[in-house]
Write a protein that binds this ligand. Structure first.
Ligand code: C5P
Length: 284
């Protein structure tokens, strides 16, 4: 069995449009797949399931999204969950890059391929949605507008005049649910949907800054060094994104990041817009 890539995402913008009766928040967000990726491999074997992880702590296996996706696939198809999964983690956890969701989507695609495409794309999307609000995006990939919980995907007609840049990964993580809770505290349940949205806008930034003084320090020390090109938080943080045509950081950017123990990583957009992922590959 071959390794497949589980690519990360950034949110080129993220608007929170209100709270929903189901406890989630209504979003308007622009997802962009990038080339930073975990790798996943599956070897068929009789049940029970097995999972090994390199590059990060495995934690509780049953809580890993690969495991949960394999169980969800088994429940939906009636095929007992089995085989051996090997996951190599490169996407930092709780960074707003969708690492766990990317792994879940890759697991569903991989198992669906291995079992003769038993489920259609719509069934996979519905299954993905139960695992996490941004799993459906990872089943489609490329660049997509996300509405609803982020799971209602639409084509984006606007232009994005960048195709990559640098990620800044602070040495801390922010829990998505906590950031959304901080956002909601004291807010009305509906927001104005007509605000102009520029690339890099993120309604969760102020909540993340309020939640974590260490993150706030990093943001306030880095942000002034990026004039003229978008520098922003992705998802619920804590990873930061600089969209740029530059191929290197300036000396002051590199020094400041190093001083704050912030890891820097070049990235490129990946996946073509308008493509739908079927199986483990992209098809126009
Ligand atoms: O769906 P997922 O597990 O990725 O979401 C993690 C948490 O983030 C949810 O439990 C919820 O608290 C919050 N969330 C939200 N609104 C969204 C997406 C996530 O409130 N649209």
């Amino acid at each position: 069995m071959n390794w497949i890539e589980c690519r990360a995402k950034i949110n080129l913008y993220l608007r929170v449009l209100g709270r929903r009766p189901d406890g989630y928040h209504e979003l308007g967000t622009l997802f962009q797949e990038i080339d930073l990726a975990d790798s996943l491999r599956w070897e068929p074997a009789p049940p029970p399931l097995a999972l090994t992880v390199a590059g990060a702590e495995l934690g509780e296996p049953h809580e890993n999204l690969v495991w949960r996706a394999a169980e969800a696939f088994a429940e939906k198809t009636g095929i007992a969950a089995g085989g051996r999964f090997h996951l190599v983690k490169r996407i930092p956890a709780a960074a707003g890059l969708g690492g766990g969701s990317a792994d879940a989507a890759a697991t569903l695609r991989l198992l669906n391929d291995a079992h003769g495409q038993m489920l259609g794309q719509e069934e996979l999307l519905a299954l993905g949605c139960r695992l996490g609000a941004d799993v459906p995006f990872f089943l489609e990939g490329g660049r997509r507008l996300g509405r609803g919980r982020g799971d209602r995907l639409e084509t984006y007609a606007g232009r994005v005049p960048w195709d990559g840049g640098f990620l800044f990964i602070p040495p801390l993580s922010l829990a998505t649910a906590a950031v959304f809770r901080a956002f909601s505290a004291g807010r009305a349940s509906t927001e104005d949907d007509s605000r102009e949205t520029r690339l890099g806008a993120n309604d969760l930034l102020q909540a993340a800054l309020a939640l974590s003084p260490s993150f706030a320090e990093i943001w306030h020390k880095l942000a002034p060094l990026f004039e003229g090109e978008p520098f922003f938080m992705t998802g619920s943080g804590a990873a930061l994104v600089w969209l740029t045509k530059s191929t290197r950081l300036t000396a002051s950017q590199a020094e400041r990041a190093q001083g704050l123990k912030v890891k820097t990583l070049p990235f490129r957009f990946s996946g073509a817009e308008g493509c739908v992922r079927t199986g483990s590959s992209l098809r126009k």
